[in-house]
Design a protein around this ligand. Sequence first.
Ligand SMILES: Nc1ncnc2c1ncn2[C@@H]1O[C@H](COP(=O)(O)OP(=O)(O)OP(=O)(O)O)[C@@H](O)[C@H]1O
Length: 300
Amino acid sequence: MTASVKVAGVEKSFRSVRALRGVSFELRPGRLNALVGHNGAGKTTLIKLMLGLIRADRGAVAVLGEDPAAGEFSGRRQLGYLPENVAFNAALTGRETLAFYARLKQVKPASAWPVLDRVGLSAAADRRVGTYSKGMRQRLGLAQALLGRPKVLLLDEPTTGLDPALRQTFYEILDELRDDGATVLISSHALNELEDRAEHVLIMNRGLLAAQGTMEELREISQLPIRVAILREPGGAPPAWATGGDAAALRDVVLVESNASKMHLLRLAAADPRVRDIEVTAPTLDDLYAHFLQRQEDAA
Ligand SMILES: Nc1ncnc2c1ncn2[C@@H]1O[C@H](COP(=O)(O)OP(=O)(O)OP(=O)(O)O)[C@@H](O)[C@H]1O
């Protein structure tokens, strides 16, 4: 499948700050991508490059097959963007605001009303934006980004400050778009929100791409241990996986290094009638993030 976004050997500096250093990756349609990294890692700079708002010093960026910084970038209308801090004219209503953005994107204002409804703003559509809560402004921001059903949707820290219910709606909308074949990229510090949702993860550190891949790939590359906790009934000889030490311990916590060892242990444990429960904890995105950042710092 052809990549919808291609970033190849990109360098970008702001005076003495090397914001991006030799960054290369590809994003594919129909995937939700997570872009994670510390403050100042270069996430927003990457998004601005994909939007064509700034140019790379070196390397190439292609979005939907074209250079987004070129004057005649025809893909612009298929690109949706939600900036980190959405600012709207407080005097306009939600509906007027969306109509304004619809004209900018050259889509019919009437096509914006179902979008208002989808983000749950129909009832407040004719109120001035100045009276909106932060969550409502975020919804309007998302509605604006969704206009024209974008093929590539770039979201810079979109869920900061949203309540859990709204966050859920937010991801449901993104899932729909993704299932429809859009490429969604979310830059965020909310790693726990993204780990079960993102098909592809990009970890940035000080302008470098420290690691990228699916959660499974990152777990495999990292070789971080998988934790298996096994709870059993008392009695009989200690099982093969018993961690020893305390013979009375009925709960063993075993750290395994690979999926193959995990499966071997699970088969053994599941076949033992004394085993009452098995709990498997794979490395989280938080763990992987810390690991790859440390690995890169050590290499520097
Ligand atoms: N217009 C600019 N002028 C000067 N320096 C800049 C500019 N834009 C970004 N930088 C610098 O480039 C580096 C990367 O910034 P960027 O905003 O891309 O980081 P980020 O990962 O988005 O951070 P955050 O999580 O805080 O939003 C930082 O050191 C920042 O200070």
